[in-house]
Unconditional design. Structure first.
Length: 256
């Protein structure tokens, strides 16, 4: 198993068949288990496997590089990388990225709290004043999450360079709530070393509070690619849905 630190970048090459010269693609993303992880030196996970299969079907000889998210967005937007997964759609990002019509998958945004913290999502976000909220550095949030950030009157909104660092800050009492993709959040909650120390923020009925639901995409840099690249990827992703391989990858990583 390759040991990873905050700054470590992992590169994986995987060949596609019948690739014409010039079809190499430099793809960047972040380490985000279980969506994107490294097992026995291989980049894998639900998002990574979907991306790899679709890129191969589209005819690319792709290189995936893992870097912190803010750096990944910068690299793809400036042409230092050709593609990026899995950002949300925004009008601002659409100025620098080609978006396929079909997203990779949907994302439910939740918040985590320490297990002993009495934090509840109430109408009007009452009761959150004075808390410190943790968010991802370089992450973009949807309108519902931005409404929470704007109206809850947090004492401070603190950005962290990675989900792992944000979770450690939560457990160390440096932040009170942490916004996170629900799939990633469940991964952190299931870790044996921290089991029982954190939980989801819930609503008044005790349900996990889903703060927003958005789509994550594979996007292509307008500096180095064309709209045709996004279309090629989109067609490959649609073919995966038609033949069942898309759902097979999703099911592989879903809890039984």
């Amino acid at each position: 198993m390759l040991r990873l630190s905050f700054c470590l970048m992992v590169v994986l090459l995987f060949p596609a068949t019948n690739v014409a010269a010039g079809d190499k693609l430099h793809v960047v993303t972040m380490l985000a288990p279980p969506r994107i992880m490294v097992i026995d030196d291989v980049i894998t996970g639900m998002a990574a496997d979907l991306a790899k299969e679709a890129l191969a079907r589209a005819g690319y000889d792709a290189v995936i590089q893992l870097v912190p998210w803010k750096r990944a967005v910068y690299m793809a937007s400036t042409g230092l990388a050709d593609a990026l997964f899995y950002p949300l759609y925004t009008e601002e990002r659409a100025k620098v990225f080609h978006y396929p019509a079909t997203p990779l998958f949907s994302i439910d945004l939740v918040a985590l709290r320490r297990a002993d913290a009495d934090i509840v999502i109430r109408p009007g976000y009452k009761g959150l004043r004075g808390l410190v909220l943790g968010v991802g550095r370089g992450f973009v949030y949807g309108p519902k999450a931005l409404k929470l950030i704007d109206r809850a009157h947090f004492k401070k909104v603190e950005s962290t360079a990675s989900n792992d660092l944000g979770f450690r800050k939560l457990l160390d009492n440096r932040i009170d709530m942490l916004l996170m993709d629900r799939t990633l959040a469940q991964h952190f909650l299931n870790q044996p070393a921290t089991l029982g120390r954190a939980d989801y923020v819930r609503d008044e009925q005790g349900r996990i509070a889903i703060l927003d639901s958005k789509n994550g995409y594979m996007v292509f840099s307008k500096r180095t690619t064309s709209a045709m690249d996004a279309e090629r990827f989109n067609n490959a992703l649609e073919s995966m849905k038609e033949d069942g391989s898309y759902q097979a990858i999703i099911s592989k990583y879903q809890a039984p």
